[in-house]
Design a protein around this ligand. Structure first.
Ligand code: ADP
Ligand code: MG
Length: 572
């Protein structure tokens, strides 16, 4: 993850240089103060008081400016870094295969790209600013303090180990807690996300109470963990203060004796007290920095998991890509979902020439959606091969393969923009005429133009303002506008009435006849017209042929036919 710093490290360096300036000035001040007291006030030299005093004011102003500039530069550096990190994460997530997204869970991916990135960003800012500050306060402060009087080193020898042990303890304890904290945050984000997305289901089944409880539990766990962290951290300051106070008393005691013995002036004693508090405050800051670092490290591990996940579905290496045709072939294909045991597809064989239509029919769960999802490589086969235009889909560069396929998913997803924008996803540079042509074929033009704003009607988030059939037709328009050779309709006309569906298929046959079509459907009426029909039962093709052939040879097909078309007649 350091590579994201390459572009910005010099900005951070400038920031830390200003920090050095600020700290140096902070460290010079007690010395000047000592001079005012010892040589000015005690000796009655008011001219010296004035000249040193004015210099001190100027220098303090300079120190303040350095502090501000250091903050500006360091934040610029950290923000840019965080921004790049977030982009990289998001880019990686976009390349995830479905199973990878499922593995991480959506909630966790959101937490990682938001909260975790922020933690790492804070860690960077703290490291640049705080580390420089602490180190300097510690090293320079200690040597200045000792240079005032060697006797003071005894105080440091006792105070510092106590504080270091304390910091080490807190870091050791809080590290795992911070990881847990992010995990709890994942969970709460998941619950919120699911419930907002599934709001209608929750309301329809009156599950508000239960979901509330689920949220409460998740939230309580989050708060509990936060409490644990806070309690742990709240020990830190009081102990530090006790150490600081005891050390101050010791300094005054030792210094007082030195002053009484006339071995040291009172102003230097004052300076010593200031140095001591600077050193110990520096240590305190170190503790805070360690906290941020512990937290940042926990988060950066989580980000690394995302960034180092290799997309499970990789580009193929083939560079001699065949011309676009549209033929599809399944050769002895078997498939099991990753992480499952049940074989969903068994020894599937068929081939489909360019421009042909295959309909797939079968009970829910028979593997229809799974079968077509292998063509654009949403998943990879376990055995056998899927060929498009004569070569194995795994050899295509992914974009090249997917560009050839227009896919209408079983669930028509809508994005929250206008209807036109939703269709344009299929071909972003299409003109209005093309949009209209696709929508007309998909039988969507009618209801779209009937909307007051026509094609510019906003689709409310998740398409809630549209009916199921309307969404399906927009999704089909989106696929038809895409300059592809293969069209897959996965149960995409299920919400259309038979008349509309028939008009749609007629339009497809007339205007889009060059497309190789795979049409999944539940209704015999939909599949009857296809060149070939595959009957799927529990992952096997149990019949393949035209309607007439299947009626003659495939009992499963005949059964479906009977149950649908002879319903209500005397034959059962
Ligand atoms: N993402 C998935 N992970 C694991 N199993 C799945 C997944 N999707 C579907 N299945 C299983 O695969 C089988 C076939 O599902 P599917 O292809 O969706 O059937 P169909 O589209 O014919 O209704 C079912 O048993 C289903 O439970
Ligand atoms: Mg399905």
């Amino acid at each position: 993850m350091l590579k994201f710093l390459k572009k910005y490290w010099w900005i951070g360096l400038i920031g830390s240089m200003f920090m050095v300036g600020e700290v140096l000035i902070d460290l010079i001040q007690p010395k000047m103060m000592a001079k005012i007291v010892d040589e000015g006030i005690l000796k009655g030299d008011s001219a010296l008081v004035w000249s040193v005093g004015i210099r001190m004011i100027l220098i303090v102003m300079l120190g303040g400016s350095c502090g501000i500039l250091s903050g500006v530069f360091v934040n610029i550096c950290a923000q840019h870094y965080g921004n790049d990190l977030r982009k990289a994460c998001f880019g990686r997530i976009m390349n995830f295969s479905f199973e990878q997204t499922d593995d991480f869970t959506v909630g966790s991916l959101i937490t990682r790209t938001t909260s975790d990135v922020t933690q790492v960003q804070n860690m960077l800012a703290q490291l640049i600013r705080g580390a420089v500050r602490c180190m300097m306060f510690f090293i320079a402060g200690s040597s200045f303090l000792i240079s005032l009087n060697v006797a003071f080193s005894r105080v440091l020898m006792f105070a510092l180990p106590v504080i270091l042990i304390e910091i080490a303890f807190v870091v050791w304890k809080s590290g795992p807690l911070f990881t847990l904290l992010q995990k709890r945050l994942d969970r709460v984000n998941s619950i919120i996300g699911e419930n907002i997305a599934g709001e209608r289901v929750v309301k329809a089944f009156v599950q508000e109470e239960r979901e509330n409880e689920k949220f409460e539990t998740g939230n309580r766990e989050l708060v509990d963990t936060q409490f644990k962290v806070l309690i742990l951290l709240s020990w830190m300051r009081p102990i530090m203060n006790i150490v600081l106070n005891i050390a101050t008393v010791a300094i005054i005691y030792i210094g007082g004796m030195e002053v009484a013995a006339k071995r040291m002036e009172i102003g230097r004693l004052m300076a010593a007290i200031t140095y001591l508090s600077q050193i110990l405050n520096g240590m305190m800051m170190l503790a805070m920095i360690f906290q941020t670092i512990t937290r940042g490290v926990a988060s950066s591990k989580r980000l690394k998991e995302v960034l180092s996940s290799v997309p499970a579905i990789k580009d193929g290496a083939e560079r001699e890509i065949p011309l676009r045709g549209g033929s599809i072939e399944f050769k002895n294909v078997s498939f099991t979902y990753p992480g499952h045991h049940h074989e969903v597809l068994k020894n599937i064989n068929f081939s489909l020439g360019a421009g042909q239509t295959l309909a797939i029919i079968g009970a829910t769960g028979s593997g229809k959606s799974t079968l077509v999802s292998l063509i654009p490589r949403f998943y990879d086969v376990n055995a056998g091969s899927v060929l498009v235009d004569g070569i194995d889909v795994r050899r295509f560069p992914l974009d090249e393969l997917r560009d050839r396929i227009a896919f209408v998913l079983q669930k028509s997803e809508m994005f929250s923009s206008t209807i036109k924008q939703n269709i344009l996803i299929g071909k972003p540079d299409a003109d209005d005429e093309e949009v209209k042509r696709a929508a007309r074929a998909a039988q969507a033009d009618g209801f779209i133009t009937a909307q007051p704003e026509g094609y510019d009607t906003p689709v409310a988030e998740a398409g809630m303002s549209l009916s199921g059939g309307q969404k399906q037709r927009i999704a089909i328009s989106r696929a038809l506008i895409k300059p592809a050779e293969i069209l897959v309709l996965d149960d995409s006309t299920s919400a259309l009435d038979l008349g509309t569906e028939a008009r749609l298929f007629k339009a497809l046959g007339e205007e889009y006849s060059k497309l190789t079509r795979i049409i999944i459907a539940q209704r015999i009426a939909t599949v009857m017209r296809a060149d070939r029909i595959a009957v799927l039962e529990r992952g096997r093709i149990v019949g393949l042929g035209s309607h007439d052939e299947l009626m003659a040879s495939c009992p499963v097909y005949r059964e479906i036919y009977d149950s649908q078309l002879r319903k209500g007649s005397e034959r059962k």
